[in-house]
Design a protein around this ligand. Structure first.
Ligand SMILES: [Zn+2]
Length: 127
């Protein structure tokens, strides 16, 4: 079960809640400590895929990289999804959320802006 990390703005404690991405769309998360509903999502930085990455170079041929338009969020999202599938790794919920939003046409900049906590925490999702 994927989990999402929050900070409770009522009691200040971190909260880790479990629900699927589909549930996340409509979920009303509540703090497990104080039942407060003012939870602020914590997002660890997700590296937006760039073609320089050596691991990607080994997985994808040059034509795939050459065809990648970094100004096209949907193409970038598809590319990142394909890459994570080829790596056979679960890249984590944040990664999946970013990919999903890219595929819906949001720009990487807009996603970063809407996720002000991006960068807080570990680097689990750096590629
Ligand atoms: Zn709380």
């Amino acid at each position: 079960m994927p989990y999402y990390e929050y900070i409770c703005q009522d009691c200040g404690k971190p909260a880790r809640l479990f629900f699927s991405f589909a549930e996340y769309e409509t979920a009303q998360p509540a703090c497990p400590h104080c039942a407060g509903q003012h939870l602020k999502r914590r997002i660890r930085r997700v590296a937006i895929a760039k073609s320089e990455d050596a691991r990607m170079d080994s997985l994808l041929d040059d034509s795939a990289l050459a065809n990648l338009d970094e100004d096209d969020p949907q193409a970038l999202g598809h590319f990142m999804r394909k890459m994570s599938q080829e790596m056979g790794e679960d890249m984590g919920d944040e990664f999946n959320e970013v990919v999903d939003r890219l595929e819906h046409g949001e720009s990487p900049e807009a996603i970063e802006e809407s996720l002000p906590d991006l960068g807080a925490g570990g680097d689990d999702f750096m590629m």
